[in-house]
Design a protein around this ligand. Structure first.
Ligand code: SF4
Length: 378
């Protein structure tokens, strides 16, 4: 009997088209550049991500479906310096190039590795997704939940339609990129969040990757003027040593002290159930390390109301509170229409709307009507 994972792989293998992010090597293999693995794929081989494969000398890539859609407050991504209060219409795909044992989106990211991760894909096209986003009054369209890099051709097709509709576009990513994929995305992606999971290459190898492509990607994203925010999920005994956090935040400040760094609380998930949940004191201590190393915008997440002013945005020049938050909820907004502090007129780094028009929702919700057909049910 075939496993559920095999059946899903067969369904998804039909929903593909020839990709763009690859080259043919002298020996006939294809080198994929969609993520930092840069897989060399002989005829018939499938990449580490399990969704891109060599068929007859063409690199076939996912097309025409989503793993799911949800409307999130942009603060959930989290972006704190981009259109606060905006609704972010978020779509996920299936599969991932890493296999983190604590993944909080494992139902979609590990759908092709783990038979218990059942997430039926939905047939979709760019026009329908953007129309649905506009119906929900979304300001931003986001590729998220699994790793968006591995489906970049499809994301760009959707984002081209989103741009025509005046939407901002975003990636929520592990940052395991290549120069080729980042250059490919540059015309179509405005905001880019990277999960910097550790500052230790041995830890990244446990997760199935390497740290260097991620650090290189962060530097490239910043140099190409994507709006970048960084998140580190703080896990006791994994990445919370003072030395590691010191090196991590020193690196970020060396790229730019204006990059917002979110240090967020771990709770047991998927296969990582041993470490204790992260406490507010742990987040506050980590945030202090980031600030001491020069980061101007440091936030503590996942523990609303427990971390003092570390949910708020303050002016780096005069200390004025610019945005007050509770969890994903905007409580106060004081940034001027031209993106400055109202008290001292210092510019505030970010991508700001002309004003704050209220928040459509401070909680995630599913779009009301199912407009997409489950693949394999036809
Ligand atoms: S996206 Fe990454 S893992 Fe998948 S085939 Fe390309 S290089 Fe390999």
């Amino acid at each position: 009997m075939k496993s559920v994972a095999t059946t899903l792989a067969q369904v998804l293998a039909r929903e593909t088209r020839a990709g763009e992010l690859y080259e043919t090597l002298p020996d006939g293999r294809l080198r994929c550049y969609a993520c930092g693995h840069s897989c060399p794929l002989p005829e018939g081989a499938v990449g580490v991500c399990k969704v891109r494969f060599n068929a007859g000398g063409r690199l076939m890539v996912p097309w025409g479906y989503v793993g799911g859609v949800q409307c999130d407050p942009i603060e959930k991504k989290p972006f704190f310096h981009a259109h606060p209060g905006a609704l972010a219409y978020s779509f996920g795909m299936l599969g991932c190039d890493l296999h983190c044992s604590y993944c909080q989106n494992w139902v979609t990211s590990q759908a092709l590795r783990d038979p218990s991760a059942i997430s039926p894909p939905l047939q979709a096209n760019p026009e329908a997704l953007v129309l649905d986003a506009r119906r929900q009054r979304a300001r931003v369209l986001v590729s998220t939940y699994n790793e968006p890099l591995i489906t970049s051709e499809w994301a760009v097709a959707i984002f081209k339609e989103a741009r025509r509709a005046g939407l901002t576009t975003a990636y929520v990513s592990n940052g395991n990129g290549t120069p080729q994929v980042i250059d490919y995305l540059r015309p179509w992606v405005d905001l880019y969040k990277v999960d910097l999971k550790s500052f230790d290459d041995r830890h990244y190898r446990q997760l199935g990757g390497r740290i260097q492509p991620i650090l290189d990607t962060i530097q490239r994203l910043h140099s190409l003027d994507f709006w970048v925010e960084i998140v580190t999920l703080l896990i006791s005994g994994f990445n919370d040593s003072r030395d590691e956090l010191d090196r991590l935040t020193t690196f970020l400040a060396s790229v730019s002290p204006d990059i917002p760094w979110h240090v967020t609380a771990f709770h047991a998930d998927y296969k990582m159930t041993d470490p204790p949940d992260t406490t507010a004191d742990m987040l506050i201590a980590a945030a202090e390390i980031g600030r001491a190393n020069g980061l101007r915008y440091v936030y503590a997440g996942n523990l609303p109301g427990q971390v003092g002013d570390l949910e708020d945005t303050r002016c780096a020049s005069c200390g004025e509170t610019l945005i007050a938050r509770y969890g994903y909820s905007i409580r106060e907004y004081h940034i001027t229409p031209d993106g400055r502090c109202p008290a001292c007129a210092s510019p505030v780094p970010g991508r700001w709307s002309a004003g704050f028009d209220g928040q459509i929702a401070s909680r995630p919700f599913l779009p009301g009507t199912r407009r997409f057909t489950i693949l394999g049910s036809r």
